[in-house]
Structure formats: C-alpha cells, structure tokens
Design a protein around this ligand. Structure first.
Ligand SMILES: Cc1cc2nc3c(=O)[nH]c(=O)nc-3n(C[C@H](O)[C@H](O)[C@H](O)COP(=O)(O)OP(=O)(O)OC[C@H]3O[C@@H](n4cnc5c(N)ncnc54)[C@H](O)[C@@H]3O)c2cc1C
Length: 485
C-alpha cells in the first residue's frame, strides 16, 4: 500500500489509458473512481473520437493488458477476428516482410471499439472501481505541495490520495498546475501534418485474400504514403490510408482508390479496385506532442499516463501500448510503498521513460523526412542511418529481424538495436544485402515481367518475402528478401 492514508485514487478519463490505470490501481486501493466527461459508450464503440479509426494493438501492449487483466486476450480472441501472426499477414517495408516467428508477436485482430469495450468490461468487474460518466474534472485541489483531490465541473470536491491524469492529448493539467502555483511543464512538438482516412470494405475479402488477415504497407522515405488493412470481428474489414505533409487521402471512393494506387505494394489498391470502400473517417494529425511532466515540479500524489503525456504519430500504432505499459509500471511503483512525494518524483520519471521509448521510435522515424519540423532528438541522423542498415539486415538475418520486430512491437526498448551483437550482425549483413540487391537489379533489368495486379492478391498468403512485388524496385527488393530464407 502506498502513503499513509491510501484508500482512494481518482483517474481522470476512461479511455484506454484511464481504464488500464484503473486496472493497476484496483489491486492497490480499496476505492478507485474514474471520472469521464463523456457518456459511457454502448456496445463495442470507443469513447474516444479517434476510436472510429482502425487501431493496431501491438504485441507489447497486448501482453501488458493481459498481465493487468488476465483473460483479456482470450475475450478478444473469442469476440474478435482472431489474432495477427506472421503467417496470416504481410508487412511491406522497403521490400522486407516481418518474418518474426513466435508466440510473443500476438496482436488481436479487433477494432479499437472492441479492444476498449473488452478492457472496460473487465475493469468494470473489479470491485474497487467505480465509474462516473458525464462528469469532468475541472481542477486539482492542492495543499502544502500535495494533491488532496479534484473538483468536478459540477463544483463537487472529491478527496483522494492519488490522482492519475489520463485525460488525453487535450489534458488541462498544465493549466491546473499553473493555477496551483506550479510552473507548466515544457512541451516538445514534432510536426508531420499527417492526413488519415479510415474506411470499411464491403464484400467477401476472405475469398479475395486467401487467408491473409492483415497487411501493413509502411511508408518508407521519401515516399509519404502508407496503408493498412485489417480483418476484424464480425467479418468486417477495415482499411486505412495515410499521407504525410499534406498528402491527404480523399474521403470518396474514387479518390481513395487513386491514392492507394501509388502505394509501393499493390494489395490495397487491388482490394479497392474490387471492393467498395464505405464509412469514411478523415482525421488530421498535425504533430506529435510530448509534455515533459518529468521536468516540472509536480505536487505529491499526482501522476500522468497516456496521451496526456505523449501523443505520438499514430502510424506507428503505439499509443494504446504506451498506456498499457505505463499502467503496469504504475502498479509496480505502488508496490514499492513509497510516500506520495517519492511516488510522484520517481514515478513520473519511470512513466516518462516508457513514453520516451515510443517517442524515440516514432519521432526518430519521422525525422527521416527532411520536411519534419520540431524538437529533433539527439543524434537522430546517426540513429536513422543505423536503423536503415538494420532494416536491410532484417532481410538477411532473422536474429536482427527479431530484434527489430521486438522494438517495433514495443516488446523491447529501442536500445536493443544498439546491443553490440545486433550492431555486429547488422554490419556483417550489409555486404550480403548489397550483393543481393545487385543480383536482383540485374534480374529486374533483364527479363522480369511486370506481374499483373491480381497476382498480388493470389500471392497474399504466400510467405516468400517479396512475392507481392510488381514494380521494378519492389522486385529488386524482394529478391533480397528471398536471400533471408
Ligand atoms: C487517428 C488515430 C489513430 C490511432 N491509431 C492507433 C493505433 O493504431 N494503435 C494505438 O495503440 N494507438 C493509436 N492511436 C492512439 C490511441 O488512440 C491513444 O493513445 C489511446 O486512446 C490512449 O489515449 P488516452 O486514453 O491517453 O487518451 P484518449 O483516448 O484521448 O482519452 C482521453 C479521455 O479522457 C476524457 N477526458 C478528457 N478531459 C477530461 C476531464 N477533464 N475529466 C474527465 N474526463 C476527461 C476524454 O473524454 C477521453 O475519454 C491513434 C490515435 C489517433 C488520433
């Protein structure tokens, strides 16, 4: 138990970060109140506006949620569309497919709404937790450098020993801190001007895709476009197209199709040529944002999780996993039994370290585009050169690929890629990669025929890396992928 009174904790926000935090607190506090300004969503809708967009729950986040709420992944497997594996998906990234085998790569094939509803149902069943929907926190109550509770928008005072802010990117906490006489925390922003449009595809995609349940076509600089397709619960198929720096997908069937035609892997364009996209949801994400609460002097008994601390570029699919990993860390921090001042001081740094791992990966990757603006992480150009070499080595060396996948899946911190063994294997693989590229370019400039678009669909469940290639450059890269096998 934490502190000297330790009987009531308040969580602000009942989206993914708030729910995960409540799950962690419920084992340590007899009473946990979750304040949420919106009404409770019905069925498997998400409470968050972005919840209508296709979301990917990365394996690192899925595992953390399972540890917090045992049985959750079985719930999702039953109610959802199963789970993503290397065998039932394909990931295009400069020609390499993520060939990482093993159970740890589990990620549910479920809509964001279903993930959230399943988490909410399990949290709701915890005896310590009580939700107050339709009630917004309007300020903090601070006395003698310590949080003693919150005041609601209805003017009600709620007393608590610990307040966890999970109120998302629009959190008012910096303003409340200022009102309580504390300096507002510094903020870092990295502008990418990402345009995102989610949609659903009608029709029998199982037949079209022959066993493939998910595909990610990653943007590789200088190309600014990416796409995702996901088979989720109820036989629904979600699709997502995105583009950087104002290269926005149109939210109409013809424009959407035309946008997808420029993706380096033709799978999504082929699907869109056969199946009608409906239910368009445009979303603009201007900038990643990191609020450095760890650099501010916070009152004791206050912590921050989720998007309120770090809102990263959604194309890397990290937000829910950051929230889950932070909630798990919150539980471990409480188990130390620190007093409230130490909990806040040590805890905010620990939570920030988790946020920073996601920030490093996403912002680092975004700075591979010269047009990205904002707070440049130290040594980003050098790190990006190393990551580019790691990506190439992935097509040759499964050990490097496993390390890369673990980092992308939030199962390992980015420092894993800097371990001497991985650095050595990466460097050794470069020569083989270049030779494979040369052989592939020679073949491509010779007799390689352009594959018909439909071939990509026929090959969708074929596991030869690069079988998807139709363009000359893709073909060149795919041959290098074959070298890995
Ligand atoms: C377009 C888009 C796509 C994304 N795709 C992915 C993905 O594929 N994978 C992934 O892991 N993540 C993704 N994310 C990020 C993910 O949605 C968030 O990281 C996740 O929802 C956790 O956020 P959160 O709970 O901290 O904040 P939010 O989800 O924003 O929720 C904050 C909650 O706090 C409530 N609230 C706000 N103020 C108050 C107040 N004063 N009092 C009480 N309640 C309050 C709000 O009503 C809301 O319910 C995406 C984000 C966007 C924008």
């Amino acid at each position: 138990m934490y502190g000297h009174r330790s009987d009531h904790a308040i969580v602000l926000g009942a989206s993914l970060a708030g729910l995960a935090a409540a799950a962690a607190l419920a084992r340590r506090f007899p009473r946990v109140t979750v304040l949420e300004r919106r009404a409770c969503p019905s069925g498997s809708a998400s409470i968050a506006p972005q919840g209508v967009m296709p979301h990917v729950l990365l394996p690192g986040g899925a595992q953390a949620l399972e540890r917090l709420l045992p049985g959750l992944l079985a719930d999702l497997d039953t109610a959802g569309g199963g789970h993503a594996t290397v065998e039932n998906g394909r990931w295009w990234s400069e020609g390499w497919r993520v060939p990482y085998p093993g159970d740890t790569s589990y990620a549910p094939l479920a809509s964001r709404g279903l993930v959230e509803a399943s988490v909410r149902a399990r949290v709701d069943a915890l005896p310590a937790v009580r939700f107050e929907h339709g009630v917004a926190a309007a300020g903090l109550r601070v006395r003698d450098g310590r949080v003693i509770g919150v005041v609601t928008d209805g003017g009600r005072d709620l007393v608590a020993d610990l307040v966890v802010d999970a109120s998302g990117r629009g959190s008012r906490l910096p303003a409340w801190l200022e009102a309580a006489g504390h300096a507002a925390p510094p903020v870092s922003e990295v502008k990418v001007d990402l345009g995102y449009v989610g949609a659903e595809l009608e029709g029998d995609l199982d037949r079209d895709l022959g066993g493939t349940r998910w595909a990610v076509i990653q943007n590789v600089p200088p190309a600014t476009r990416m796409g995702v397709v996901l088979g989720v619960e109820g036989g629904r198929w979600l699709v997502l197209l995105g583009g950087y720096f104002g290269d926005r997908p149109p939210a109409d069937p013809d424009g959407y199709r035309a946008f997808a035609a420029a993706l380096p892997d033709p799978l999504i364009a082929d699907l869109l040529a056969r199946r009608r996209p409906t239910a368009f949801h445009p979303y603009r994400f201007a900038a990643s944002r990191r609020v450095h609460f760890e650099r501010a002097r916070l009152p004791a008994g206050l912590l921050v999780v989720g998007d309120a601390m770090t809102s990263v570029n959604p194309i890397y699919g990290q937000g829910m996993s950051v929230a889950a990993l932070q909630a798990e860390a919150l539980g471990a921090l409480l188990d130390r039994g620190d007093d409230p001042a130490s909990l806040t001081r040590v805890g905010i740094r620990r939570l920030a370290a988790i946020a920073d791992q996601a920030w490093q990966v996403s912002v680092g990757a975004d700075f591979a585009y010269p047009a990205t603006e904002g707070a440049r992480p130290p040594a980003v150009a050098m790190i990006n050169r190393h990551v580019a070499r790691v990506m190439r080595a992935c097509t040759i060396d499964p050990v490097v690929c496993a390390a890369m996948s673990d980092v992308q899946y939030m199962l390992s911190p980015p420092s894993r890629l800097m371990q001497p063994g991985i650095v050595l294997r990466t460097l050794r693989a470069q020569g083989r990669w270049r030779r494979a590229q040369t052989r592939a370019s020679t073949a491509a400039s010779g007799s390689l025929p352009a594959a018909p678009r439909t071939a990509a669909l026929a090959h969708a469940s074929d596991h030869v890396p690069g079988a998807e290639a139709t363009s000359r450059s893709s073909a060149a890269r795919s041959s290098s992928s074959q070298a890995w096998r």
